[in-house]
Unconditional design. Sequence first.
Length: 280
Amino acid sequence: MVDTLSDDPALQKNIDDTHRLILSHLEKELGDDRRYGHHDPDQQKKTAVLFSGGLDSALLAHIVSQEFFKPKLYSIGFKKSNDLNWSKEAADLMGLYIEQVVIDVEDIEMAIKHIVHDIGMDNPKWMAVFIPFYLILSQVEESSLILGQGADEVFGGYRKYREVDEKEAQAMMDRDIMEIIESEASFYHKMGGHFGKRLILPYLDPAIIEYGKTIPFAHKINEDQNKRVLRLLAEDIGLPSPIAQRPKKAMQYGTGVSKELKKILKRSGTGLEEYIAELK
C-alpha cells in the first residue's frame, strides 16, 4: 500500500528533519533567513527552478513558493515529449509560471560539441544528461538556477536499488553519491559558470547527504515506493498528490534526448564514445 501521511514517529522525524535541512540550505543560498529578519526582495527576479514536473524539482519549487517567492520554472524537451507535456500540467497544478524550451536534433549535435570543447566533459555515461542541461542553461534569464540533482542517490530513487538486497543497495547508493560529488557535480558547476549562472543544489548539501546516510533503508525504499521520505514530505506540505507520487523518469528519457541521440549515432555508424572522440 502506498504511504500517505506517516503515523510512524521515527519516519515522521526523518520527514521533518529533511524538510528543515532543505529549507536551511535554501535560506543560506537565497540570502533569505526570515527568522533573523534577512530578506532579499529581488531574489524572485534572480532565481529560477529547472523543472520536469517530477518529485525532486517540484518539491524544491513548492518549498520556495511556500517560504520565499513564486519562482519561475524552466522545462526542456522535444516537441510533445513527456517532460514538456507533464511539466506544464504540473506547473498549472502548482500555480506557477513555466517557460518551456523546445529543442531539435541540431541542438543535440551542437550541444555535444560545446560540452566536449568548452566544458571538457567527454564521459559517455553522462552525456545524455548534460545535453538538455547545457541547452536549458543557454536559455535561462535568471542568474541562479535551483536543481534537483542528487535526490535519487541520497534518498533512494533509482530502480536498481530495489533490484538487490538492502546491503548491496546501500553500497550502490554510497558509490553513486561519491561519484556525483567527486566527479559529476563539478561539471554541473563548470557548465553553470560557462553561462554565468550560479547553481543551487540542495540535495547535494553535505548536511543533507550525511543525514540521508542515517535514514533507515526502509524509510527510503519499500516494496511500493522509492524516495519515501521525499514523497511523504511532499504530501505533508501540500504538493499535489499526482506530482508527489509520480514515478521517476530520468531527464534524458523524459526530454526525448536519449531517443534522438541514438538516432544520431545510428546515422553516424558509431557508438557514443567514438562519436565524442571524433570531436576532440
